[in-house]
Design a protein around this ligand. Structure first.
Ligand code: IPM
Ligand code: MG
Length: 368
């Protein structure tokens, strides 16, 4: 049987630095566990624009469609701010999501014990937190038509359209219910049915899918603004949150900060099953390209490493090996290793990106 295949798109800013640490771990699986991945690398975002004049070359898009999993670092940087909208680095990422039809974006927010003090919230509010935001990723206001900047009379008007079909809502709802069944069996759906028709439909369809197919799962509904408030007030009330593309973007950044650092959080973007039964998938850290610290060895590679762990679980059916990587990260944090983003106000000496990656590899060694 062919080796499982991975396309690495490290991207811009700190993307290549954090991805270098993931490559160490991929290598470790080959030499120490006899699990060899066929890895190819390519460009996305600003670096792809610099080389090809587009943030995602058609050949790269085609490769992404063929592999078992795509691992992405980050895209964007200030040098690309003034590019035409259609070739901005982010368009490369959005094209991957749309053309691979990665409709279900899983964003876990888990608070590691060793980091409970780093949250801006009180320790008792976040210690032991373990929730997942399931964000719809291929529709809504990110993609709805009409869109653009038009002229009406003597002024300009900017237009984006929030649009959801019933089937788009149903499939992401199913993905959330399935996930909840493997966790604590609770789903909270968030929209603004009080002001948006798309929110009314969202609530109805989620309820219908629940009643017909997942009556055993506990379902609640919340307006997204109240949900944001509840996430800060008492996040442990949630298990799985399912929400649309834009609300999911905002709520997942807020949830990320509950855990202490954006540098810790992985994500998986999943689509329909491929011929091998596994979903089409792209894995990426929730953090961005952090151009302010790029190239200095300061970035935290853990979000990217944990994204690879999600790939092991969801794309390669290697749940035990995923748990091994997660446990290695936990060990390293419990031992007190901290990158600069995890330094408290009283200081300490941060380790570099590569020292953190090496420590995770050492913890993996110790696990076998
Ligand atoms: C995210 C990011 C992206 C988004 C950007 C980079 C296009 O904020 O993945 O959360 O808005 O979806
Ligand atoms: Mg975001």
């Amino acid at each position: 049987m062919a080796n499982p295949s991975i396309l690495i798109l490290a991207g811009d800013g700190i993307g290549p630095e954090v991805m270098a640490e993931v490559k160490k771990i991929i290598g470790w699986f080959g030499t120490r566990r006899g699990i060899t991945f066929d890895v190819t690398e390519d460009l996305v975002g600003g670096c792809a624009y610099d080389k090809h004049g587009t943030p995602l070359h058609d050949d790269t898009m085609a490769k992404a469609q063929e592999v078992d999993a795509v691992l992405l670092g980050a895209v964007g940087g200030p040098q690309y701010d003034n590019l035409d909208f259609s070739v901005k680095p982010e368009r490369g990422l959005l094209r991957l999501r749309k053309e691979m039809d990665l409709y279900s974006n899983l964003r876990p927010a888990q608070c590691f014990d060793a980091l409970a003090d780093f949250s801006s919230l009180k320790k008792e509010v976040v210690a032991g937190l373990d929730i997942v935001i399931v964000r719809e990723l291929t529709s809504g206001v990110y993609f709805g038509e009409p869109r653009g900047i038009f002229t009406e009379g003597n002024e300009r008007v900017g237009i984006n359209t929030q649009r959801y079909t019933e089937s788009e809502i149903a499939r992401v709802a199913r993905s959330a219910f399935e996930l909840a069944r493997r966790r604590n069996n609770k789903v909270c759906s968030m929209e603004k049915a009080n002001v948006m028709e798309s929110g009314i439909l969202w609530r109805q369809v989620v309820q219908e899918i629940h009643d017909k197919e997942y009556p055993d799962v506990q379902l609640s509904h919340m307006y997204a603004d109240a949900g944001a408030m509840q996430l800060c007030r008492w996040p442990k009330q949630f298990d799985v949150i399912v929400t649309d593309n834009l609300f999911g973007d905002l709520l997942s950044d807020a949830a990320a900060m509950l855990t202490g650092s954006l540098g810790m959080l992985p994500s998986a973007s999943l689509g329909a099953p491929m011929a091998n039964g596994r979903p089409k998938a792209l894995y990426e850290p929730v953090h961005g390209s952090a151009p302010d610290i790029a190239g200095q060895g300061k970035a935290n590679p853990i979000a990217c490493i944990l994204s690879f762990a999600m790939a092991l679980r969801y794309s390669f059916d290697l749940g035990d090996e995923a748990a091994r990587v997660e446990a290695a990260v936990e060990t390293v944090l419990a031992n007190g290793l901290r990158t600069a983003d995890l330094m408290g106000p009283d200081g300490g000496t941060p380790v570099s990106t590569s020292q953190m990656g090496d420590a995770v590899v050492a913890a993996l060694d110790a696990s076998i």
